[in-house]
Design a protein around this ligand. Structure first.
Ligand code: FAD
Ligand code: ZN
Length: 479
């Protein structure tokens, strides 16, 4: 694939053409004005750019790309800049141009009969959720970055998050989209059809393409009935295997409501959150593992709480759980969720952390944790794995805190070896080395190892067909 270093910065004349399209105030070239677009929140990736473009409409996106294509300018699409694999950050050459979708931030339509919401790509996820709520509907996509990430970014990364167990990933929630290709041509429609078997589905190729095939400008997303009833519980158990059995137990017994979250935490992770974030442990006595369970209902308040009590009572009788606490009000429910959402942050206080975003079949979660823990221990004795995450999706954030008596630098210098070992376990179990964060810049070299030569060749041909000059997000995703 084309090397990002093969591009030259746009000439002054090209920058002027950009300015004629979007207005000079939306072509940022000043270092200070560009700075927020050039680094991501952890400062893991910091890039340089010749300019940041801020179009205000799909027409402007198309006109900008037409010029970029003619002038051979590399374009890095960027949404809310919350991506965790560096896909939205330009390389260090300073020749690339960032295309920010932030000004395409309008909710275009809410169609209650079709049960859909049409959004421009730059709508912030939390704003989309609020718009749905105001229309007495649920837009279920939800992740910790929802205050900043954008619908276009969510689709470009096929974001997952907290409700996937019930509503699927961003892909499953998207009915249609529009995108601008590298040469400025516009594809897709906003018809919002639930059935449309008219040939290859370009929507599904663009979803998860991480800005390498086209710039998503708008999408039609599914809506769901508003949640009027909710129950959140925290259950403690001996092992991940019991947590998986509890999930099956819930699936088999649930009579009313929807299982909307099933999140695993270890006692070590919980103790970090209690110690460093000032949060309270929900159960009187510690157990080695915990699960946060959420049930949502669409009827009268209280029904799913009764369901939760019944099923957890049965699970206790069956010896699957040691103890459980049911949130008695919204405040307690939020407190349980804060423990789960604080897992990553709490780890920061324990020194360096090596992170993996993996998925295996749910039935192999326990085997994964056991085998990966052993491999990590063998490599770095005393390392402390803190697995947590979306057990219901088979997706764990398998983060590993450094041994307390090791230096942060020494531990982090083992990053590649540890990730290599973890990924070997993942692949042996038929899993994925990137469950929800994508490939971006960080995992690019892995792609050639996990896809067959035929798959890589086909991906390259797709790239060639969508973006023959290779101007869209060069050096990302494809090896
Ligand atoms: P950006 O970071 O701006 O871009 C991400 C990628 O998409 C880049 O490759 C970029 O080029 C491309 N892109 C962006 N917009 C467009 C567009 N309009 N057209 C084409 N390409 C585009 N992710 C999850 O899946 N689940 C989680 O639970 C989760 N939790 C997170 C928690 C925190 C605290 C943080 C910081 C991140 C988390 N993420 C999670 C990762 C991130 O939030 C998601 O990947 C999100 O979907 C990215 O959206 P964004 O708008 O910020 O995109
Ligand atoms: Zn996650």
């Amino acid at each position: 694939m084309r090397d990002p270093a093969s591009f030259s910065p746009p000439s002054g004349a090209v920058l002027e053409r950009f300015a004629r399209i979007v207005g000079a105030q939306h072509v940022l070239t000043d270092a200070e004005a560009m700075a927020p677009y050039l680094r991501e929140w952890r400062d893991r990736y910091v890039g340089r750019a010749a300019a940041v473009l801020r179009p205000g409409s799909e027409e402007e996106v198309a006109a900008l790309l037409k010029v970029a294509h003619e002038a051979d300018v590399a374009i890095v699409p960027q949404g809310g800049n919350t991506g965790l694999v560096g896909g939205q950050i330009p390389y260090e050459s300073g020749a690339e141009v960032v295309l920010s979708l932030s000004r395409l931030n309008r909710v275009l339509d809410i169609d209650l009969d079709n049960d859909t919401m049409t959004l421009q790509a730059g709508v912030i996820l939390a704003d989309a959720q609020t718009a749905a709520k105001e229309a007495s509907r649920l837009f279920p996509l939800s992740l910790a970055a929802e205050g900043s990430c954008q619908i276009g970014g969510n689709l470009a990364t096929n974001a997952g998050g907290l409700n996937v167990i019930a509503y699927g990933t961003a892909r499953a929630q998207c009915l249609a989209l529009r995108a601008v290709l590298a040469d400025g041509s516009v594809v897709g429609s906003l018809n919002g059809l639930r059935k449309d078997n008219t040939g290859y589905d370009l929507r599904d190729v663009l979803i998860g393409s991480e800005g390498t095939l086209g710039v998503i400008t708008a999408a039609v997303m599914r809506l769901f009935p508003a949640v009027t009833d909710r129950a959140v519980a925290f259950a403690g158990m001996e092992s991940p295997a019991e947590a998986v059995s509890l999930l099956t137990f819930f699936r088999e017994r649930l009579q009313c409501g929807v299982l909307t979250a099933f999140e695993l935490m270890s006692h070590l992770g919980l103790s970090f959150a209690v110690k460093h974030l000032g949060l309270r442990a929900p159960l009187a006595a510690p157990t080695p593992w915990y699960v946060l369970v959420e049930l949502s209902g669409h009827g009268a308040a209280g029904a799913v709480m009764a369901e939760m009590e019944r099923i957890l009572g049965d699970a206790f009788e069956a010896g699957l759980i040691e103890d459980a606490a049911l949130a008695q009000n919204e405040g307690q429910a939020e407190a349980f969720w804060r423990l789960r959402e604080g897992m990553s942050e709490a780890q920061k206080y324990e020194g360096g952390s090596i992170k993996n975003d993996i998925a295996v079949p749910v039935s192999r979660i326990a085997e994964f944790i056991e085998t990966a823990n052993a491999r990590v221990q063998a490599l770095v004795p005393g390392a402390r794995p803190v697995p947590f995450g979306h057990l219901g999706d088979g997706n764990l954030h398998y983060n590993i805190s450094q041994p307390p008596d090791m230096s942060r630098e020494a531990f982090l210098s083992r990053w590649d070896a540890v990730v290599e070992a973890v990924n070997e376990v993942v692949l042996a179990l038929g899993g994925s080395i990137s469950a929800e964060h994508g490939i971006g810049r960080m995992k690019r070299q892995w792609l050639a190892r996990i896809k067959s030569p035929a798959e890589i060749a086909l991906m390259r041909q797709l790239k060639q067909a969508f973006d023959p000059k290779g101007i869209l997000n060069p050096g990302k995703l494809l090896p």
